[in-house]
Write a protein that binds this ligand. Sequence first.
Ligand code: PMP
Length: 454
Amino acid sequence: MTKTAHHNAGLAARDLSVVWHPCTQMKDHEQLPMIPIRRGEGVWLEDFDGKRYLDAISSWWVNLFGHCNPHINAALKTQLDTLEHAIFAGFTHETAIELSEQLGKLTPPGLERCFYADNGSSAVEVALKMSFHYWLNQGQKQKTKFITLENSYHGETLGALAVGNVELYRDTYGPLLMDTIQVPSPDCYRREAGESCADYSERLFRHMEQALERHSHEVCAVIVEPLVQCAGSMRMYDPVYLTLLREACDRHGVHLIADEVAVGFGRTGTLFACEQAAVSPDFLCLSKGLTGGYLPLSVVVTTDPVYQAFYDDYRNMTAFLHSHSYTGNALACRAALATLELFEQNDTLAHNRTLADSMARATQHFRDHPNVAEVRQTGMILAVELVQDRASRQPFPWQERRGLRVYRYGLANGMLLRPLGNVVYFMPPYVITEAEIAHMTRVAWEGIQLAVSG
Ligand code: PMP
C-alpha cells in the first residue's frame, strides 16, 4: 500500500522527510522542487506528473545509450535469471572474465589486468594504494606522495578527495586529508590571447617537470583527468600535456594514473581520452559509462609489470588485499558488456562525431554573447563559461548562483541542465537526435539570457 497518491508533490514530501541527497544543501528544497522520476526512455526522464525532462547531462555523466535501453535491458534480464552476484575472491564468473578480456583489448596498449570496485572514487583509491604498494614491494619505502593538478577532481572518499583540488568539495575536510604536491593546471581557459591551447598546455608543463625533478624520489604517481577536468568546471587542455607527462613519468620513475571515470567511453571523441596523446597510463580508472549508466561498477586496468610486483608467495606479504563486497558484480559486468556491444553495433564513435559537430553548430551564436567568455568543446562535452563581462572575464560572484537560475529555467522547460557554478554544459547520452540537440541548446540559451540579466 502506498502512503500517498503517486504524483510529484506527494512523493517529494515523503522523500524530503526521510532522504538526504548527495551534493545538496537540503534547505534549498524549501524553494526548489524535488522531482520524483517515474520512468526513463532514451534521453528523456519523466516525472510523476507526466512532465518530461531531456537529460542533457546523462544523469551525472553515466548514461551513454539512453535510459531503459532495450539492448541493455534484455541482457540484464537474461543475466538476472542466471547469476546476480557471487563472492569474487576464490570465485569468478564468465561475465567478469569476458569483460576483462574486452577491456584488455579496448584500452591502450599494455593495460591488461582488471581490478574491480564499485564506484569512481573507489577506483581512484585502488589506483593510489596499488601505486604506493607497488613501490613498497620494490623496496622503495620513501615513495609515499602523489602529484595532482590544480582544479582536479577524483571523487569524495578521503584519499580521492586528497588528490582532488576543487575547493568547494575539499576545503572543509582539509584537516583529514593526506598532503599532496599540487601543480598548476594546463587549463586552456587561462591561456594568453592569441596563444593556442597546445602551446599553453605545453608551456604549463614546466611546472610538472619541476615538481617531478624536485620530488620524484618521494612520489608514487601523478594522477590526472585526461583532457577535461570535468567537475572543475569542464576546463580542458591539449593532449600534448599527456604526451609530455608520460615521457616525464617514465624518465623520473613515477607512475601515471589516468582517471577516466568521467571522460572514458567516448566522451572526448575517442573511446579513451589517453588515445589522443597515444599514451598508456600505468593505471586507468573507469566507472560511470562503464555500465552505460545502469549499475555501479568501476575498474582499474593496469599493466603486467604492476601485477607481477604483487605476485609472490603468501608469506612474503606482498598481496593487494583491498576488497569491496560487490567487487565484480555479475549484473553490473553484464550491463558493461552490453554497453560495449552497443559501441560496436552502432559505430558509436563515428556517429558521435556528427553529434559533436551539431552541438558545435547549435552553440555557434553563444560565442558572441556579452556574458559568455568561452565556449569550449572536446568531443561530446561542450561547456559555456558565463561571466559578468566578456572582455575582463570578471566572474559572477558565486553567491549570486547564476547557474542555479539556468537549472531552474531548464526544469521549468523540460530540460535537465545542471551547471557547475557559472558553467553551463552539455554531456548528453549518445542517442540524442539532431532535433533534441537543437531543443537542448535553445532552452539553455534562453536560460542563460535570463540568468545573466539583472
Ligand atoms: N573521478 C572523476 C574524474 C569524476 O568525475 C568522478 C565523479 N564525478 C569520480 C572520480 C568519482 O566517481 P564516483 O562519483 O562514482 O565516486
